[in-house]
Ligand binder design. Structure first.
Ligand code: FES
Length: 372
């Protein structure tokens, strides 16, 4: 099976980058890459982009985009995610999506599968408006939620909703490498027609005896599989779950239940969890928000005690820098000029002027001013 390679115009990446370093002397004050972008945006090296080459509706509210990345892209590991820039309504947004395809694709492309989430306008925009031929800025693959390379594992996947994507990539990668072990997979969706990548999952289960798929529908009362996650259900569907390497991805309620179950069974060390949003702690009942001043932009807004400042800024019409929106990448860092903010993950209050504030996971804790 072919490994991912770079679409390099006329040579290997190293030759190309050496040549481009030389031609940069003649392109000054720009770089060769800026001129190449006019010919083919995928040839640029000063930023990374991908071309949408296919869109495919998985369900009524989920869509798979096949993206052809440009130069500088390096292959991902199954389970990793990528940052994608989305131009919408005259602004530029960034969102992080798990790569749903296996790294062993034959065409050097990768896919992301996006589910339109309630109230999330950007995911709706992707599902409804992104079309073939669009170019989207992308980052490099990131994340440590992936299978070990060499070690033999005995996996159990527990997923729900669009949390299927890393598991889908991992299982497909194991299949592509012809090393699919005995694998158990519990996947939850509200209804049968809501299962993201459902057709492909069923086909894989039909084709590979070692892939034991259990689709569980949480809102279909009469369906025999109707049940939410529980230890009893796990015992019934995967009796040896305590001995398996467990990979879980889905909404916070599922992940909390899974964490609790493994903690009680004393086998948390087997559990690997991928979250789509930072786990926020309980905010004290008497916590208050306040007036938020974004000093550099001259914008004032009201922020409540549990709304991340990044969202407050966006709702006030700003377009602040951001990446993962869950406290990992630090792209949203800014400085506290005065006042008080609360880290929503830990509940810790920051009130020292000059403190670094991650706007995606901090909320106002009284009036505050940020250097943004
Ligand atoms: S956007 Fe990544 S840490 Fe805030």
């Amino acid at each position: 099976m072919r490994q991912p390679t770079q679409p390099v115009p006329g040579g290997s990446p190293s030759i190309w980058s050496r040549l481009s370093t030389l031609t940069d002397y003649f392109a000054w004050p720009l770089r060769t890459s800026h001129y190449l972008e006019l010919v083919n945006p995928l040839w640029t090296t000063h930023k990374m982009q991908a071309r949408v080459v296919k869109v495919w509706d998985e369900t009524r509210d989920a869509r798979t985009l096949t993206l052809r990345p440009g130069l500088n892209w390096r292959g991902h590991r199954a389970g990793q995610h990528v940052r994608v820039g989305i131009p919408a309504n005259g602004k530029h947004y960034t969102r992080t999506y798990t790569i749903s395809s296996a790294p062993q694709r034959y065409d050097d492309c990768f896919t992301i599968t996006v589910k339109a989430i309630d109230k999330a306008t950007i995911s709706h925009h992707i599902v409804r408006n992104i079309k073939v031929g669009d170019y989207l800025p992308i980052g490099l693959p990131q994340g440590d939620f992936y299978l070990p390379d060499a070690q033999h594992i005995h996996p159990l996947f527990i997923t729900a909703g669009s949390g299927i994507t890393p598991a889908f990539s991992m299982v497909n990668s194991l299949i592509a490498q012809e090393r699919l072990p005995d694998t158990c997979h519990l996947h939850y969706a509200p209804h049968e027609f809501d299962v993201v990548l459902g057709k492909q999952l069923r086909e894989m289960a039909a084709q590979y005896d070692r892939y034991h798929l259990h689709l569980l529908y949480t809102r279909e009362e009469n369906h025999p599989g109707n049940a939410r996650f529980s230890a009893a259900q796990l015992d019934a569907l995967c009796p040896d779950w305590k001995e398996r390497d467990v990979y879980a991805c889905g909404p916070p309620s599922l992940l909390e239940a899974v964490e609790q179950c493994f903690e009680q069974a004393g086998c948390s060390r087997n559990l690997h969890i991928e979250r789509f949003r930072a786990p926020f702690t309980e905010i004290p009942a008497d916590a208050v928000g306040g007036k938020v001043r974004f000093a550099q932009s001259g914008v004032d807004a009201e922020g409540d005690s549990d709304t991340p400042l990044l969202k407050v800024a966006e709702e006030a019409g700003m377009n602040p820098p951001h990446g993962c929106r869950m406290g990992i990448c630090h792209t949203c860092n800014t400085t506290l000029v005065s006042g008080c903010v609360r880290d929503l993950r830990t509940g810790e209050v920051l009130n020292e002027a000059g403190s670094i504030v991650q706007t995606c996971i901090c909320a106002a804790a009284g009036d505050c001013e940020l250097d943004l």
